[in-house]
Ligand binder design. Structure first.
Ligand code: ZN
Length: 73
């Protein structure tokens, strides 16, 4: 997953939306191009910030991996 930032950009440190990306690409699953300098995280963190999720990426991602580690309980 890779962060999308607000108008102030990466330097602001304020993540606006988390997208799912494959490997080292900067294009999210929903098609949005993200800043190469944006923060990245392992996809296992996807469920930590539900308010900041890209809904398009979430739908595509969950269709591929319906069982996230945090959903096993
Ligand atoms: Zn997205």
């Amino acid at each position: 997953m890779r962060a999308e930032y607000g108008p102030a950009g990466v330097a602001s440190g304020e993540v606006r939306t988390w997208h799912i990306v494959r490997g080292d690409t900067t294009v999210a699953m929903c098609g949005r191009e993200l800043d190469p300098g944006a923060e990245t995280r392992d996809a296992s963190h996807w469920t930590e910030h539900p308010d900041l999720h890209c809904h398009s990426c979430g739908a595509l991602f969950l269709r591929e991996a319906p069982y996230l580690p945090s959903e096993h309980e």
